[in-house]
Design a protein around this ligand. Structure first.
Ligand code: GLC
Ligand code: CA
Length: 568
């Protein structure tokens, strides 16, 4: 089939964590062939694009976000031929690929860095951030814990790393380095890649001078994000990269831009913005105490979630397309996060799907979300694989929490929750592999029999509901409204998130109840488009006060009459 030209807002993007999707050569590690084998399943789900987490050679200290060679494929995942085949086979199904570009840092095993360390006079030395001295230049803490500075063995010199010490940051100040980066992007564009996800891209600008910062933890250090994230001057690099690599070729880009102030959005996604879209994490991180580490928990109510979504959507829609996501490879499962004790409630799971697909912004699904995957409960810290989870466990202990408490926090937030093997069926390793997987399966999900095979042919499954939502968005009378309509949040019960989507004469009202009991909320009469309960009466009626009763976790999408302009 010929690939159709879609507008970015018509995409439905599905994120694959290759290591955990499907193993085909019995080594317990997912691979590219595994993805190729499931392309028909992905087409049936209705997605239009795959965001592939890093597949490059890497020592895997941060599961591929430590790249040792940007123009090759990690042997665990397969070969460049496999990659070419994946691009081609996906294309036949009208699915395109979005590659993850990790350009803030490389692996310390990248040949540039090896050269830089060996020879301080080399051009590669200028590709990284080195500071001479006998002591660390300042007291910043890296994202994965410990200092951002690592001493070069045998020299009074330190290199800077925002993340792990195996992930030295690149020096974007250096035009020669920027040229190298543009060539990497060219390389993948020539292979037919038309979309990129820009990892940690708002870390690339560093301050001119390193100063000591006020400590914000018992370790005497200060979070590096306060200094190296969204640093002034960052946009100069981003605009240059856009001019050189993306703009004229219509490449779709999405920036991972945590903490980006809303008043800068125009520069990012406006008419002359540097990216097509950006991720805003404020709603996803509402269970973390503001400005704190992720082991630090925050209480929240449905109204807080609604507020965050409202603020985000209303800013973003002034400028360009947004993103709508509930999960990714750094987040826990949204069922456990947002439904808490009701994590396995099928209505709750479908309600979350309706929320995401109803919101304004290109939907990004993370593998397993469409099955309603839940978090695991690991019983010992030794079962955690993720570098960040292990650090957060230690940090929580340092802050005085017991091992049990620390483990509980980490279970709630561990990035491994998303990264467990995909549950295809009820076989030993969930059909992911016939060998012991690199990361243990999620036993809690297995006990609840959450898997693809059990849902595929069940018209009432979470998976089938996601398919309906996707097809509404992709190919229905409501596609335009859902893809491009304005969003406006509505008043109502405080346990309900309600909003309208409106384009030209058409208007949809979306109601999502987060309550585990019936609630009364404001509604308007209209025609039911979709409900997460089985509904026979398509006529939506309201009482004299304009109210309706929603059942536990009920979600409705209703065609309503467009409000008169003077109602606005
Ligand atoms: C991004 C990635 C995350 C990774 C980090 C360092 O935040 O999403 O998985 O650990 O960057 O590359
Ligand atoms: Ca394999």
């Amino acid at each position: 089939m010929k690939q159709q030209k879609r507008k970015p807002e018509q995409e439905i993007i599905y994120q694959i964590y290759p290591k955990s999707f499907q193993d085909t050569n019995h080594d317990g590690i997912g691979d590219l062939r595994g993805i190729i084998n499931h392309l028909d399943d992905l087409r049936d789900l209705g997605i239009t694009m795959i965001w592939l987490c890093p597949i490059y050679p890497s020592p895997m200290e941060d599961n591929g976000y430590d790249v040792a060679d940007y123009k090759a494929i990690h042997p665990d995942f397969g070969t460049m031929e496999d990659m070419d085949r994946l691009i081609e086979e996906a294309g036949k199904r009208d699915i395109s690929l979005m590659l993850d570009l990790v350009l803030n840092h490389t692996s310390s095993r990248h040949k540039w860095f090896e050269k830089a360390v060996q020879d301080p006079g080399s051009k590669e030395h200028g590709y990284y951030i080195f500071e001479k001295g006998k002591e660390e230049p300042n007291n910043l803490r890296s994202v994965f814990g410990g200092s951002v500075w690592e001493k070069v063995r045998g020299r009074n010199e330190y290199y800077f790393h925002s993340f792990g010490k195996g992930q030295p940051d690149l020096n974007w100040e250096n035009p020669a380095l920027r040229q190298e980066i543009y060539q990497i992007i060219e390389f993948w564009k020539r292979k037919g890649i038309k979309a990129f996800r820009m990892d940690a891209i708002n870390f690339i600008k560093k301050p001119e001078k390193w100063r000591r910062m006020e400590a914000d933890g018992p370790d005497g250090r200060c979070k590096c994000t306060k200094v190296v994230r969204n640093h002034p001057g960052l946009l100069d690099y981003l605009h240059e990269m856009n001019e050189k690599c993306f703009k004229s070729d219509g490449i779709v880009t999405v920036g991972e831009t945590a903490g980006l102030p809303y008043d800068q959005l125009e520069e990012y996604i406006g008419k002359n913005g540097c990216f097509t879209m950006v991720f805003d994490f404020r709603h996803a991180d509402l269970d973390i105490r503001s400005g704190d580490e992720w082991f630090s928990r925050a209480e929240w109510k449905t109204a807080d979630l609604k507020k965050r979504l409202e603020v985000s959507c209303s800013h973003i829609q002034k400028y360009g397309p947004g993103t709508s996501f509930l999960e990714n490879h750094d987040q826990p499962r949204v069922t456990t996060k947002y439904l808490r004790k009701d994590q396995d409630d099928p209505y709750g799971k479908k309600m979350l799907g309706m929320l995401q697909m109803g919101l304004r912004g290109v939907p990004f699904l993370f593998q397993g979300q469409e099955l309603g995957m839940i978090n695991f409960e690991r019983t010992d810290v030794s079962e955690l694989e993720d570098i960040s989870s292990i650090d957060q466990f230690g940090r929580a202990r340092e802050c005085g929490y017991s091992a049990e408490e620390a483990l509980h926090f980490v279970n709630l937030r561990s990035r491994d929750n998303a990264r467990v093997p995909y549950p295809w069926n009820e076989e030993k390793y969930g059909g992911f592999s016939d060998a012991d997987p690199w990361l243990a399966c999620n036993e809690q999900a297995q006990k609840r029999r959450i898997c693809f095979e059990n849902q595929k042919n069940d018209p009432d499954s979470v998976l089938s509901f996601y398919k309906k939502l996707i097809s509404l968005r992709k190919s229905s009378d409501w596609s335009d409204t859902l893809n491009a309509g304005r969003i406006r949040f509505e008043e109502g019960n405080e346990e309900v998130i309600a909003f309208t989507r409106q384009k030209e004469e058409k208007e949809l009202l979306v109601l999502c109840s987060f309550a585990d009991h019936p609630v009364k909320t404001l509604c308007r009469k209209g025609t039911l488009i979709l409900d997460n309960y089985k509904e026979t009466d398509m006529n939506v009626k309201v009482d004299e006060e304009g109210m309706i009763i929603l059942r536990p976790f009920e979600a409705m999408m209703i065609e309503t009459e467009k409000r008169r302009e003077n109602d606005e």
